[in-house]
Design a protein around this ligand. Sequence first.
Ligand code: ATP
Ligand code: MG
Length: 264
Amino acid sequence: MDEPIITTVDLTKVYGRAATEVRALDGVDFAVAAGEFVAIMGPSGSGKSTLLHIIGALEPPTAGTVALAGRRYDGLGDDELTRLRRERLGFVFQFFNLLPSLSALENVLLPALIARRHGADALRGRANELLTRVGIAGRAEHTPAELSGGEQQRVSIARALLLSPQVVLADEPTGNLDSRSGAEILRLLRGLNRDEHVTVVMVTHDPSAAAIADRVVFLRDGRVCDEVEGGSTQRVIDAFTAIQAPADEPELVGVGGTAAGVGV
Ligand SMILES: Nc1ncnc2c1ncn2[C@@H]1O[C@H](COP(=O)(O)OP(=O)(O)OP(=O)(O)O)[C@@H](O)[C@H]1O
Ligand SMILES: [Mg+2]
């Protein structure tokens, strides 16, 4: 692998104590190369969102380390972590998380407004370019309520890219979209990964979505239990089926992958 941009070592996250203790992550060693597009799959509760949140510096691990481009988070103070989150990472969520009273353009500019009070004007050009790049230049003045789900997700992707992050972290970005809009969003993310050289880590439940990635990593019970190369929905379905089968029983066939038909 090329020099990893993300590295986690023995990452552990425990929620609660004693009787209510949950080991959401149980020693995750995970690395992502710069420019790679990695999908994370696993059963519900396997720790996918927890892993993404810790890589995103949104919450600290209980033990173990995470580093972005060689900088370990445990050595950074709150201000440095906030800056790292704003300037080096972009986030895309299942429910878009747009501010309802702002236009699409204003939503895209929000990270700039928050990060540097005087920088927003300079970034207006980039925000407009990004709205064009994600295919909704004509909707710049619309509020989220006036946009379809797919269009709202395009706005949130443009917002994630505004400050040219090194890594975009996406938690089920197509989970709230119909299969056609979902496929368009996946194609868009893949294209941005190639054109803008942004590394993408995407959590998904959909084998055909995961198959657009270079690599698919599987979590079970808070541990990495397998990984396969992307490119084939069937290969992803087979691996996902295998990790869900009880160890002492033959594999069950078929997990009902919603073939969204992503032609990439
Ligand atoms: N803030 C929290 N407090 C307590 N337990 C939590 C918290 N967040 C997550 N958990 C628990 O940690 C485990 C992993 O949760 P996580 O959200 O990472 O799973 P996931 O793989 O993203 O699941 P899903 O596919 O349903 O989104 C689950 O058992 C969950 O209940
Ligand atoms: Mg989750």
